[in-house]
Design a protein around this ligand. Structure first.
Ligand code: G1P
Length: 276
């Protein structure tokens, strides 16, 4: 069973400056909930109960969010506002939150490696909170991936088709479709220019990783932009075993960009207004 979920959350969020100057990008609200809370809810729905968060300087608000604010509790007790805290209270009760800091920004692979101390020697999920994933039709993306993990017991990345001129924003995979929407990866490239992209199947911010990834990351050379890339580490795993890519059901919003952020806000606002 997968019980732990890692949230790399040390990045600066420069695309959202100046708002991210003194506030973590993971705390940007979509309606009344911060982005990272959507990720934690998705992990809980998938059966996880331990959230391992990789933070950095200026990220204290994340820890405070997943904690009780006694002053606030006291102020709103027995008022009409109290129900607004029900959801987050119950989330805090269901989970344990653990934290460690990434001291230098050396890439997603490095952030995940820092999580080794919190994860230990077991399979785990990774959520990049600025990719907001919603499946109105049923199970969330992590839950879908956990089901697949139970069948294949190997590392899995979530993918989606992107327009060919957008490949430079993502890790891009190539592979053989072994069942509908499930690919056995034969190649992976981090942020290729369109002419170098092996396909238009792009990795989005949901992963299930087996713990052997930690040793592989340690032996991975710096890649794109001089950073330690999880895509390169996963390519080594794929060469020596099996890594799957899964075309998830649902919608993904790139809330690391202003356009995607506004789109997600409008989408969830319309959902809430229509009462679903
Ligand atoms: C990271 C990964 C990339 C992946 C993307 C998904 O890039 O390195 O492979 O496609 O997340 O959001 P980032 O967006 O952090 O630069």
């Amino acid at each position: 069973m997968i019980k732990k979920c890692l949230f790399p959350a040390a990045g600066y969020g420069t695309r959202f400056l100046p708002v991210t100057k003194a506030m973590p990008k993971e705390m940007l609200p979509i309606l009344t909930k911060p982005l990272i809370q959507y990720g934690v809810e998705e992990a809980v729905e998938a059966g996880m109960n331990t959230m391992a968060i990789i933070t950095g300087r200026g990220k204290r608000a994340i820890e405070d969010h997943f904690d009780i604010s006694y002053e606030l509790e006291h102020q709103i007790k027995d008022t009409s506002k109290e129900p607004l805290l029900t959801e987050i209270r119950s989330l805090i009760k269901k989970c344990t939150f653990t934290y460690t800091r990434q001291i230098e920004m050396k890439g997603l692979g490095d952030a995940i490696l820092k999580g080794n101390a919190l994860i230990g020697d077991e399979p785990f999920a990774v959520v990049l909170a600025d990719d907001l994933c919603i499946n109105q039709e049923g199970a969330g993306v992590l839950e879908q991936m956990v089901k697949l993990y139970e069948k294949y017991k190997c590392s899995i990345v979530a993918i989606m088709e992107v327009p060919e001129d957008q490949t430079y924003k993502y890790g891009v995979i190539d592979g053989k479709e072994i069942e509908e929407g499930v690919y056995m990866i034969s190649n992976m490239v981090e942020k290729p220019e369109p002419k170098e992209a092996p396909s238009n199947l792009a990795i989005i911010g949901r992963y299930i990783l087996t713990p052997d990834i930690f040793d592989v990351i340690k032996n991975t050379k710096l890649g794109k932009n001089g950073e330690l890339q999880i895509t390169d580490a996963l390519m080594s795993l794929a060469k020596n075993g099996m890594v799957l890519a899964y075309k998830f059901k649902g919608q993904r919003f790139d809330c690391g960009s202003v356009d995607g952020y506004v789109e997600a806000t409008n989408y969830l606002y319309d959902l809430e207004k229509s009462g679903s």
